[in-house]
Design a protein around this ligand. Structure first.
Ligand code: FES
Length: 106
């Protein structure tokens, strides 16, 4: 199963594994990564699952759909590495993915 590493604002790293097609957000919630609020439950309408994807991984993710791009405008501290974790689905190719949880979500 693919493993995702969550780098938290306090400098610690939490790692979790999940089945293919599982959204990274679900993995965070299941593993009690509290800063991923995910208030809409993955419906792409809240932006509280915002993460920064490590630069080494940015181009390995599926491109953003328009609704993810639109919703990201409501997140704080958005940059070129920003994604909504509910829209990133796990695949074997994403084993080892590193995402940073923005400090603004704590
Ligand atoms: S959980 Fe709401 S946009 Fe991702």
């Amino acid at each position: 199963m693919p493993v995702v590493h969550f780098d938290l604002a306090d400098g610690t790293r939490r790692s979790a594994e999940g089945d293919n097609d599982t959204p990274v957000m679900f993995l965070a919630k299941r593993n009690e990564i509290e800063a991923i609020l995910a208030e809409c439950g993955g419906a792409c309408c809240c932006a509280t699952c915002h993460v920064h994807v490590h630069p080494d991984w940015k181009d390995r993710l599926a491109p953003m759909e328009d609704d993810e791009q639109d919703m990201l405008e409501f997140a704080e501290g958005v940059d070129e590495y920003s994604r909504l974790s509910c829209q990133i689905k796990l695949t074997d190719d994403l084993d080892g993915l590193v995402v940073q949880v923005p400090e603004s979500q704590y």
